[in-house]
Design a protein around this ligand. Structure first.
Ligand code: KIV
Length: 273
């Protein structure tokens, strides 16, 4: 086995991610919510698999991320963990499982780690979740932060437009990034903010900054798997690069299957016992 192969197969830890930032090697992250998809993206060499609360939209069909429960997140996370052998698996703490109560944040994180076997948790917010981050860390659970557009607060924001375009919000975001880093977060997701602001945060804080709609000047990128595969074809923000159009492909394959069944072409004599 070559050294390139063995370094590719090395398990990704929070320390490896920090080392990647120091080396200037970009971090790749995608969401997954089930065993089969997680198996494919891990085999492809993804660095971080996020069991995002976007499962609420993508898997369950809710309009927002708010309805998904802790039990449902643990179910998705356990399925992903069974599939992954190399990537770091990070799980979103769902809405209502941590806000305003650091003891509940700790208990929710412990349940995720114990019942799913995941490697870290992610939560949304800045200074208001500092106490929760510090308490979760006392149990040895690594925490990823999430600033900018934080979908669990959609009813406060009112829309999914770009955040922190104004100076006051940008300044607050920079301060929050420092607070999260000083509180012990191992990385931060920055969602849908100006590229220049994201690059400034990545340059100022020592921990990896992973962007989604935050430009190229950060330490890594994350996308929702179903968006980049073109399964969720009605969602087209500017930051989304689609690598496939699976909605059309799966629909066409289903139409062919239906037609084959109706016309009695399937199964043929080689496809039966
Ligand atoms: O839930 C999710 O998919 C996320 C990403 C958009 C970062 O939090």
């Amino acid at each position: 086995m070559s050294s390139a192969q063995s370094s590719e197969e090395k398990k990704i830890t929070t320390h490896v991610l920090q080392e990647m930032k120091r080396r200037g090697e970009k971090i790749s992250m995608l969401t997954a919510y089930d065993y089969s998809m997680a198996r494919i993206i891990d085999a492809a060499g993804i660095d971080v698999v996020l069991v995002g609360d976007s499962a609420s939209n993508v898997m369950a069909g809710y309009e927002t991320t708010l309805p998904i429960t802790l039990n449902e997140m643990i179910y998705h996370a356990a399925s992903v963990v069974r599939a992954v052998s190399r990537a770091l698996v990070v799980v979103d703490l769902p809405f209502g499982s941590y806000q305003g109560n650091s003891k509940e944040a700790l208990n929710s994180s412990i349940r995720i780690m114990k019942e799913s076997g995941a490697h870290a948790v992610k939560l949304e917010g800045g200074r208001e979740v500092k106490e929760s981050i510090e308490r979760i860390l006392t149990a040895g659970v690594p925490v990823m932060g999430h600033l900018g557009l934080t979908p669990q607060s959609i009813y406060k924001f009112g829309t999914y437009v770009v955040r922190a375009k104004e100076d006051t919000e940008a300044q607050r975001l920079i301060e929050d990034a420092h607070i999260l880093a000083e509180s012990g977060c191992f990385a931060i997701v920055l969602e849908k903010i100006p590229a220049q602001l994201a690059a400034r945060v990545a340059a100022e804080v020592k921990i990896p900054i992973i962007g989604i709609g935050a430009g190229a000047g950060v330490d890594g990128q994350v996308l929702v798997l179903h968006d980049m595969l073109g399964i969720t074809h009605e969602f087209s923000p500017r930051f989304l690069r689609r690598y496939m159009n699976l909605y059309d492909d799966i629909k066409a394959a289903t139409e062919r299957y239906i037609s084959d069944v109706k016309s009695k072409d399937f199964p043929n004599k080689h496809e039966q016992y």
